[in-house]
Design a binder for this molecule. Sequence first.
Ligand SMILES: NC(=O)c1ccc[n+]([C@@H]2O[C@H](COP(=O)([O-])OP(=O)(O)OC[C@H]3O[C@@H](n4cnc5c(N)ncnc54)[C@H](O)[C@@H]3O)[C@@H](O)[C@H]2O)c1
Length: 259
Amino acid sequence: MTEWAVVTGAAQGIGAVIAEFAVTAGYRVAAWDIDGPAVERTAAEIGDGCVASAVDVADEESVRAAAALLPEPPRLVVNNAGIVRFGPLLDLPLAEWESALRVNLTGTFIVGRTLAGPMGKAGGGAIVNLASVNGLAAAPHAGAYSASKAGIVRLTEHMAMEWAKLGIRVNCVAPGLIHAGMSDAIYADAEVRRVREGAVPLARLGSAEDIAAAVLFLGSEKAGYVTGQTLAVDGGLIKSTLAALPRPQSVDSVGPGGS
Ligand SMILES: NC(=O)c1ccc[n+]([C@@H]2O[C@H](COP(=O)([O-])OP(=O)(O)OC[C@H]3O[C@@H](n4cnc5c(N)ncnc54)[C@H](O)[C@@H]3O)[C@@H](O)[C@H]2O)c1
């Protein structure tokens, strides 16, 4: 029997690739996006196995209506829909702050809890939430986005604890510097791209495919004993904070046995 996956924000960028990977993995995919015509086009390109719905993840009624159209509860839910709002905290309009929190964090909450009940009754499944390395560390002018993504990391842990008894694993993927979707515009500037690539230990930007592969892994039975975790898919970026600091030779030889 074919199982269903719901992928939010599937009209373009990383979400469209996750939807494609999920179809390849054998799921029937419900591709949800606030941009109805765009998600219809993307689902048509992916082909059989992918159906589109216009859904605003930040609107509980919209999510409930789309969930009611599913022929059965999904086995996999990917909370990928997101928006970015950059600006220094002193100047950031309150509306920008609220929309980042509303779509990214509240949207993940609404979709997760709308589907978790029916999933639990049908035997469980997996939820994968998309955070960001911005949710793991502060970055310039990213306060609203970072706060929303840090919230997703912690929300993932709460979902995992509360819904383990329903047979639902909940994990999070934190993409790093990804040349896709909302970041495409950033990498149009060759110098910005060079500097950013240079900051990544694996010396390249990530792709939507890098992220989709991690999402499908966490959603699969291969990760059957993993829940409540956040996996940074970032080429080592977030773990390299101390890597560029100078360490004089003499410090290495301090202490007992040092020469
Ligand atoms: N691209 C990156 O560099 C990067 C890095 C880290 C994390 N991420 C995260 O990955 C996810 C996908 O990012 P992307 O780069 O593909 O972005 P994108 O902007 O290309 O795609 C986001 C999709 O979400 C949809 N969307 C926006 N608001 C919505 C709403 N209220 N309801 C339903 N759909 C809505 C948009 O229409 C769009 O199709 C996001 O959560 C983003 O924060 C991206």
